[in-house]
Design a binder for this molecule. Structure first.
Ligand SMILES: [Zn+2]
Length: 86
């Protein structure tokens, strides 16, 4: 079992080996999920593009407005290593 790893780009729990991203040479990178980082490249060029994706695709059982959800995701992403210095 893996320790409590999460993707440092989108915050998804990385609790299965197959969710880890891989470098272009095929080696495992445990900092990111396979959707955020593949073959040495990031899927999201900016936090804004990831926020667009999350607001459009993440279900919200409480039905909050998009701008409120965007601010919530922004606060959450800002704690992850990939976005901290941005
Ligand atoms: Zn990710």
């Amino acid at each position: 079992m893996n320790e409590n790893l999460i993707c440092q780009c989108c915050g998804m729990p990385l609790n299965e080996e197959e969710l880890f991203s891989r470098e272009a040479d095929g080696s495992v990178n445990k900092d990111y999920c396979k959707w955020c980082y593949a073959d040495g490249k990031f899927a999201y060029e900016s936090k804004e593009s990831l926020l667009d994706f999350l607001v459009a695709n993440m279900p919200d059982p409480e039905g909050r407005p998009d701008d409120e959800r965007r601010a919530m995701y922004d606060g959450w992403l800002s704690q992850l290593k990939h976005w901290k210095q941005a």
